[in-house]
Design a protein around this ligand. Structure first.
Ligand SMILES: NC(=O)c1ccc[n+]([C@@H]2O[C@H](COP(=O)([O-])OP(=O)(O)OC[C@H]3O[C@@H](n4cnc5c(N)ncnc54)[C@H](O)[C@@H]3O)[C@@H](O)[C@H]2O)c1
Length: 252
C-alpha cells in the first residue's frame, strides 16, 4: 500500500485524513506543529516537528497541501529524497525556472510530480492543448470579497490579465489558473471577480481551438471545517491517491 506523507495539515489535509478511507497516511508535518498533532489524533500517524525527520520516513509520496511557500521550501528536497510529490499549491509552478528545476530533478530521480485537478474539472482532456492548437483559454473566477480580502458592496472585477501576474497578487486564490496553463500548455487569461452575493466559489473555463470549443462552470461547496477551501480540492487528492495503484486509468 502506498505510504503517504502529508506536508501541510490544514483544511484539505483534514478532509484527506477523515474521508480518505484506505489511504495509508504514515507521516505528518506542518510548521504549526499543533495542526500536525491534530491530524495525528485522526490518523494515528506520527507528527514531526522537523521537516528533515518527516522526510526521512519510509514514504512513497508526499502530498503538499500547505502553501506556495512550502512548495518552494520543500519540493526539491522531496524529489531529491526519491519520493513522488503531489502539489496542490500549484501557483508555485508559475515560476518557470523553478518548475523546470523540479522537472529536471524528477527526471533524474525517476520520480513523478503530480498536479491534482484541485478546485476544477476538465483538466483531463484540456491536455490536448499540448498537441493541438488552442486559440483561447480563459478562466473566470468569482469569489466573495471576504475570501479575496477586499471590501466591496457590488460585483467588481479585481483582476484581469495573465495567470502568472494574478498568482503574485492572489497566491491563495488562483492556483486553478496555473493548473490550467500546465494542462493546456497555453497562456491563460484570468478574470477575477469579487461578488458580495455569491454563496460559493465559482470557476468558469472557456477554451477554443482546433478541437472545437469548451465551456465549464463549477460552483464549489466549501470544506465542512472551513468555507475558504473548496471541498472538491480535497476530494481530487483522495481520488488521485486511490487511483495510483489501479490497473485501469480513466480520463488522463
Ligand atoms: N489547486 C487548487 O485548486 C487548490 C484548491 C484549494 C487549495 N489549494 C491550495 O492548497 C493549499 C492548502 O489549502 P488549505 O485550504 O488546506 O489551507 P490551510 O491554510 O487550511 O492549511 C495549510 C496548512 O499548511 C501549513 N503550512 C503553510 N505553509 C507551510 C510551510 N511552509 N511549511 C509547513 N506547513 C505549512 C499551515 O500551517 C496550515 O496548517 C493552499 O496553498 C491553497 O491555496 C489549491
Amino acid at each position: 500500500m502506498i505510504r503517504v506523507g502529508l506536508l501541510g495539515c490544514g483544511n484539505v489535509a483534514e478532509v484527506i485524513a477523515s474521508e480518505g478511507t484506505g489511504i495509508n497516511i504514515t507521516a505528518l508535518y506542518d510548521f504549526e506543529h499543533s495542526h500536525a498533532e491534530h491530524l495525528k489524533e485522526l490518523t494515528g500517524a506520527p507528527a514531526f516537528k522537523k521537516f528533515e525527520d518527516f522526510l526521512s520516513q519510509d514514504l512513497d509520496i508526499v502530498v503538499e497541501a500547505a502553501s506556495v511557500g512550502a512548495v518552494y521550501e520543500h519540493a526539491e528536497d522531496v524529489l531529491m529524497s526519491g519520493k513522488d510529490i503531489v502539489i496542490l499549491s500549484v501557483g508555485a509552478l508559475a515560476d518557470t525556472d523553478f518548475k523546470n528545476r523540479l522537472i529536471k530533478i524528477a527526471e533524474e530521480k525517476n520520480r513523478k510530480i503530480r498536479i491534482p485537478s484541485g478546485a476544477v474539472m476538465g483538466l483531463d482532456n484540456l491536455k490536448i492543448g499540448q498537441i493541438s492548437p488552442m486559440s483561447k483559454v480563459l478562466l473566470r473566477t468569482t469569489k466573495s470579497p471576504r475570501s479575496l480580502r477586499i471590501e466591496t458592496n457590488e460585483k467588481t472585477l479585481v483582476f484581469s490579465g495573465r495567470a502568472d501576474e494574478c498568482i503574485k497578487q492572489y497566491p491563495k486564490n488562483i492556483n486553478v489558473a496555473v493548473a490550467l496553463e500546465l494542462a493546456t500548455g497555453h497562456d491563460v487569461e484570468v478574470e477575477l471577480w469579487a461578488d458580495p452575493d455569491i454563496k460559493r466559489n465559482m470557476h468558469e473555463i472557456f477554451a477554443e481551438g482546433d478541437f472545437g470549443d469548451f465551456y465549464l462552470k463549477i460552483k464549489n461547496n466549501p470544506c465542512p471545517q472551513n468555507p475558504a477551501t473548496s471541498y472538491l480540492a480535497a476530494l481530487s487528492i483522495i481520488t488521485l491517491l486511490k487511483n495510483l495503484e489501479k490497473p485501469m486509468i480513466i480520463g488522463t
